[in-house]
Every structure is written in C-alpha cells, then in structure tokens.
Write a protein of this length. Structure first.
Length: 160
C-alpha cells in the first residue's frame, strides 16, 4: 500500500510542477494545429479558385476548338468549291483547246486532200491531154493562149 501512496504522491508532485508547462505545451500545440488548419483552408480556397479558373479556361478552349472546327470546315468547303470551279474552267479550256486543235487538224487534212486531189487531177489531165491532143490541137491552144496573154497585157497598159 505504501507503494500506492508513493505513486500517488509522485503523480501529485509531477502534476503540480509539470501542470503549467504541460498546459502551455498543449495550448501551443492546439494553437499551431489551429494555425495549420487555417493555412490549409486558405490554400484550399486558392486551389479551388485556380481549379475554377482552369475549368473556365477549359470551357473557353472547348468553345474555341469548336469554333475553329467550324471555321476550318467552312474554309474547307469554300476551298473545295473554288477547286471545283477551277477544275471546271480548266476542263472547259481543255475542251475548247481540243476542239480548236481538232478543227485545225481537220482543216489541214482538207487542205492536204484538196492539194493531192488537185495534183492528181492535173496529172490525169496532163496524161489525158498527152494522149488525146494532137499537133493541130496544140497549135490552136498555143494561139489561143498567146492571144489571151496579149489581151491581158493590153488591158494592163490600157490598149484594147
């Protein structure tokens, strides 16, 4: 029992001497915890404000992305229309050039055919004349030709 009494006395003496430093320690500790909680609350408000700011920026960025998509799509459609128009104009120009070249080639072929036909006709006429025109016919044609040339010469100089 004496041990209990000694223990109680020891605890009592400890409580008497340590009571004030223990209360100061616990009060300081409580104050530090309270300050830390206030500090954490302020940081939380700052973080929440930043979060709201980031959310707003994200929403704005989303809207800007949608607007850019619409703008790019619109520009793409416009560019597509322009390209189609240019292609149609180019196609029409190619058609016109092809038509003009075809007409030129056709005219060239006609000219060649006419020339060849003319040369063949002259050749055939020459052969026929050689076969059918005799010396008397040649003399009559020569006189006619000379007479014709004299009339042309006279018409130029004013003599009838």
């Amino acid at each position: 029992m004496m041990e209990w009494i000694n223990f109680i006395l020891f605890v009592g003496v400890l409580a008497y001497f340590l009571r004030e430093p223990l209360l100061d320690f616990l009060g300081d500790r409580s104050e530090r915890i309270h300050q830390e909680l206030e500090k954490i609350a302020k940081q939380k408000k700052v973080i929440e404000a930043r979060l709201e700011d980031y959310k707003k920026r994200l929403d704005i960025a989303g809207l800007e992305i949608e607007n850019l998509k619409k703008e790019f799509q619109s520009e793409g459609e416009t560019e597509k229309k322009n390209l189609i128009q240019k292609a149609q104009k180019y196609s029409e120009k190619i058609r016109e050039d092809a038509k003009r070249m075809t007409e030129q080639e056709l005219n060239k072929a006609r000219h060649i055919l006419r020339r060849k036909t003319f040369l063949l006709a002259v050749d055939l006429a020459q052969k026929k004349l050689q076969q059918e025109v005799g010396p008397a016919d040649q003399e009559r044609l020569a006189r006619w030709g000379i007479g014709h040339l004299e009339r042309v010469k006279g018409a130029r100089t004013g003599i009838s």
